[in-house]
Write a protein of this length. Structure first.
Length: 135
């Protein structure tokens, strides 16, 4: 690798490619990246919430609007008329600091019925709307 020794008439400079400088540069770059990557990863921090088993449960259960196949509405298990949905949600959202409403539509419910209920909830002051899914 270092030099080629040849006998005969060609006693001058060899025209072989010397890759030693290339290997030196690659090894220096490798060492630089090995040093820099751990310091770059320290900048990425995730704030994971801790689960405290002794914490008191929330006094307000989440607001869940169940929409039956015939369009009947239930808010946390209590039947509600469509005209009274806005007032019921407004009362519940006044006590909820997150102001989140979950919708649990049945399989036979049309898209328009669910969107109308979501519009009513948004008008009643809901900040977050979510749909409950099934596996």
């Amino acid at each position: 690798m270092g030099m080629a020794v040849a006998g005969g008439r060609n006693k001058g400079v060899s025209a072989d490619i010397n890759i030693t400088p290339l290997i030196d540069v690659v090894l220096v770059l490798l060492i630089i990246f090995m040093v820099l990557v751990p310091s770059m990863l320290k900048q990425l921090r995730a704030a994971v919430p801790r689960n405290d088993p002794q914490a008191a449960p929330s006094p307000n259960p989440p607001t869940v609007v169940k929409i039956g196949p015939g369009g009947e509405l239930r808010v946390n298990g209590e039947p509600v008329l469509p005209a009274a949905l806005a007032g019921t949600l407004r009362e519940r959202l006044a006590q909820d600091p997150k102001k989140a409403v979950f919708f649990d539509p049945s399989d036979g419910v049309g898209y328009g019925v669910v969107v109308k209920a979501m519009d009513i909830a948004k008008g009643a002051g809901a900040a977050t709307l979510a749909i409950v899914t099934r596996d």
